[in-house]
Design a protein around this ligand. Sequence first.
Ligand code: HAM
Length: 424
Amino acid sequence: MNNLKNLRGTVDLLPDQLIKWQNVEKIIFEQLSRASIKEIRTPILEMTELFIRGIGEGTDVVSKEMYTFLDRGERSCTLRPEGTASVVRALIQNGISSNPFQKLWYMGPMFRYERPQAGRQRQFHQLGVEFIGYESVRSDVEIISIAWDILRKLGINELNLEINTLGDPNDRLNFKKTFVDWLEINKNSLDLDSQNRINKNPLRVLDSKNAQTKKVLENAPRLFDFMSEKSLERFSTLKQQLEMLEIPYIENFNLVRGLDYYTHTAFEITSGSLGSQATVCGGGRYDNLIKQMGGPETPAIGFAIGLERLILLAGNEHAITKKTDIFIINKGLHAEVLAIKLSRKLRNYNLLIELDLTGGSFSKQFKKANKIKPRSIIVVGDDEAVRNEFVIRLFDNDTSENKEEIISFDDDIKIKKWLRSNFF
Ligand code: HAM
C-alpha cells in the first residue's frame, strides 16, 4: 500500500477544504436557480468521436490532451475534456426540436492531459452554463452577466472581462486566405506545431502558447479586419449593452479560444491574482455546432468556470464551518441506544447534531466536546437512560456556570420549549 498515490494532476479534496467548495457551490446553485437555469447531467465517459467532431481535431485539447482508451469492447472512449459537446449530443439525442429553447447548467470533473501547475490540473472541475436556441445579442449579454454576477456574488472583485468577435464562417473564410499566405511567408519563425497547422487548421495558430510564435503573430493580419458589416454591428451592440449594464470590458482581438466551435462572441474573465493560469471563465457563441453534430440549425452560447481557480479566488469567509449545535456524550448499554434515538429525533429539527461514537470514558468525551465547542451538550448515562431521560448541559454566559436540566425522551413539549429558547 505504501507506494500507492494519486495520479499526477489529480487532487484529493479533504473535508476541511470541501467546506469552502460546498459553501461556494451553494451560492452558485442559488444564483443559477434564480435565473431559471436548469441542471443537466451527462456521462463523464463518451465516444471519442464526439469530441473530435465537436471540439475539432486541430485543437490542443483533442490532439494532445484527451484521456482516450479502448474499452473491453474495442470502442474508443474518452473522459470528457469539457461539457459543451456532451450537452449538445444529449440534446440532439433526446429530441431538441420539441424543446428548442433551453437554459442549462452542469457541474463536474473534466479531464485534460496538461502539464500540472498551480490552477491547472489533469482532473479539474467546471461549472458550465449553456443557452440553447437563443440568437439575440441580449442572450450574449445575459450569459456574460450571469458569469460576472456569480463571481461578484462570491466577493471576487478584481476581474477583467475580455471580449472579441470571431465572426461567422464566411468572415473566417475571407480571413483564412490572407492569413495562410502570411503564415507561409513567416513559416520558419513559427514553432513546429504551428507550422503543421498552416494547412490543417490555420486559425488554431492564433491560439499558440509558444512565446516566439506569439511575438511573430503580433504582426499578422487581424481576423477583426475581415468582419462583415453584420458581424461588426453585432459586436458593437454587444459592447453597448454591456456598457448599459455597467459591466466593464476590454476588447482583445487576440482572444480566439482553444476550441473550434466558436462563432461571433468569445469572452474570458481573468484575474491577476491567479498568476499564469489567469482565466477563471471562458465562453462564447457556437451557432453552428448543433447542426454540425447532426441536429437542426440552432444558435447557442455558453461559458464554463474552472472551479479550482474559482476556489482560489473566493475569500476565506466561505471556508467557515457551521458550528455543531448539540454534541451528545453517551456511555453505557442503555445510554448508547437512547443517544442514537435522541440524535435522530433532534436532527428532525434541522439542527447539527454530533453523536459521540467512540465509546470512550465520560471525561474523554467531555474533552472532545470542549474542543468542538458545540452550542450545547447532552449527556446520556445509564442512570438516566433506564428512566428514558437525558441531561442537558448549557454554559451560562452570565454566571460562567454549567446549568443542567433533566428531560424525558418522550416529553416533546419540554424538548421543543428547550430548543426554542436556545436555538430558534
Ligand atoms: P475552456 O476555456 O476550455 O472552455 O475552459 C473553461 C475554464 O475551465 C477555463 O477558463 C479554466 O478556468 C478551466 N480549466 C480549463 N482547463 C483547466 C485545467 N487543466 N485545470 C484547471 N482548470 C481548467 C470550455 O471548456 C468550454 N466548454 C466553455 C464553454 C461553454 N463555451 C461555451 N459553452
